[in-house]
Write a protein that binds this ligand. Structure first.
Ligand code: TTP
Ligand code: CA
Length: 427
């Protein structure tokens, strides 16, 4: 039975009572399979709320709800507010009657996306096998960890959690197992700032008491069907003879049979090759006027430009995305030659596309994607850019992109930040 320190990652093969011999922390976790398990699920705690608390120390210790606006529901609540019964997706009036002293903030998606990206980058320093599930959670396969880092996955995970706390300023909960869905269930067990393990020896016992809806792919509809058919808990499914679930429910049933017996054939699938780079914003108030929409479009162009530069791509096509107040999604695209990394050129192409969509609808979302991605070496060759596009800003941005491509980001960061701020009329 090994024992792991959740603060310094010190791993002892034998249980020794008391505090960690290395850092004296009392936060330790013991498990017989601690050194063998390789599949992890990492999930940030109360993510939107955690980012807001990080940025405003006055919010520390207070009940905080993120949400509201036109849709009037809770996106998330911090763990203080959860003690009063506030939950995601609850109508705001209900949340506030449960916790009248709660502070309510509107979501700031750009900030959360940036924090989510930062978390992902930290995960990718531990293993290339990172499969993001949403803005704040991912699966990791740390099979190569011992060879790569000289320590088992459990200890690497402690390091990851610490780095995220230090560098991003939010806490995470970790689930460690031998299978993806069990790792995900484990990360829920000990939230927040949790670390929980489900080993092979206890998987079936752990699963037995859970409702069938805890299994992947079992949503509200299927849960209701299973209930009608007499299955409430995972144990109800696990006791069926082999093949019975497949006979009843086809391929879905075969998958269920695996899951309820603690098997998960899915491997961790690292993020697929990047096909597009995009940025979009959902608006608090639906907008229709060019004067309102264009500054928002410029902001998205800047963000896409920044990400193209960070990832070393240029875009050969610009896509404008709009969502109307009746939830209709409109996408319009336009090739851009030579491909670009520049906010100004992305913006101009998108602005032309937007021009044709103005006056018809109110919009609740606006965004830009760069697709048809090319290596950045192909980007913005000055001699190929049409004369009318070569404004002072474009030239400057282009020159900086080229220096950045050669000398790295740091070389010109300061210069760009100062110069573009002063030069660009739209910022
Ligand atoms: P979750 O990971 O489901 O929740 P959480 O991170 O807030 O809390 P937990 O500690 O339980 O993991 O979702 C991540 C973010 O997604 C959450 O901070 C806000 C957003 N979200 C919504 O906007 N609406 C929703 O209904 C849910 C569930 C989440
Ligand atoms: Ca979360």
């Amino acid at each position: 039975m090994a024992i792991l320190c959740r603060d310094c990652g010190y791993l002892e093969p034998e249980i020794v009572e008391g505090r960690c011999p290395s850092c004296a922390s009392p936060r330790r976790i013991a498990h017989a399979e601690l050194s063998e398990l390789t599949i992890a699920h990492i999930d940030c705690d109360a993510f939107y709320a955690a980012v807001e608390k990080r940025d405003d120390p006055k919010l520390q210790g207070k009940p905080l709800i993120i949400g509201g606006g036109k849709r009037g529901v809770v996106a998330t609540a911090c763990y203080v507010a959860r003690r009063f019964g506030v939950k995601s997706a609850m109508p705001m009036f209900k949340a506030l009657s449960a916790c009248p002293e709660a502070i309510v903030l509107r979501p700031n998606m750009e900030k959360y996306a940036a924090a989510g990206r930062q978390v992902r980058e930290i995960l990718e320093t531990a293993t290339p096998l990172v499969e993001p599930l949403s803005i704040d959670e991912a699966f990791l396969d740390l099979t190569g960890s011992t060879r790569l880092h000289g320590k088992p996955p459990a200890a690497v995970l402690v390091g990851i959690a610490k780095t995220i706390e230090k560098e991003v300023g939010v806490t995470v909960s970790i689930g460690l197992s031998y299978a993806k869905f069990l790792a995900k269930l484990a990360s829920e067990i000990d939230k927040p700032r949790g670390f929980a393990v489900i080993g092979r020896s206890e998987a079936k016992v752990f699963l037995a008491k859970l409702p069938v809806s805890s299994l992947p792919g079992v949503g509200a509809k299927f849960t209701a069907k299973l209930k009608r058919d007499g299955f409430k808990t995972i144990a109800d499914l696990a006791r069926l003879p082999t093949g019975k679930l497949q006979k009843e429910y086809g391929a879905t049933g075969a998958r269920l049979e695996d899951f309820c017996n603690g098997r998960d054939p899915r491997s961790v699938n690292p993020s697929r090759k990047t096909k597009s780079i995009s940025s979009e914003i959902t608006l608090e108030t639906d907008l229709r006027d060019a004067d309102d929409l264009k500054p928002l479009l410029w902001r998205q162009a800047e963000r896409v430009s920044q990400r193209l530069k960070e990832k070393g791509f240029s875009a050969g096509t610009v896509v404008l995305k709009l969502k109307t107040d009746t939830f209709q999604i409109i996408t319009r695209q336009r090739p851009i030659s030579p491909p670009t990394q520049l906010a100004e050129r992305l913006y101009r192409a998108a602005e032309k596309l937007l021009q044709s969509e103005l006056g018809q609808n109110h919009y609740r979302l606006i965004g830009i994607s760069g697709t048809d991605l090319q290596p950045e070496q192909e980007a913005d060759a000055a001699d190929l850019i049409a004369k009318e596009e070569l404004t002072r800003t474009t030239k400057l941005e282009s020159a900086m992109s080229q220096i950045r491509a050669k000398a790295g980001d740091g070389a010109i960061y300061k210069g760009r930040a100062i110069s573009l701020k002063n030069l660009n009329p739209k910022t």
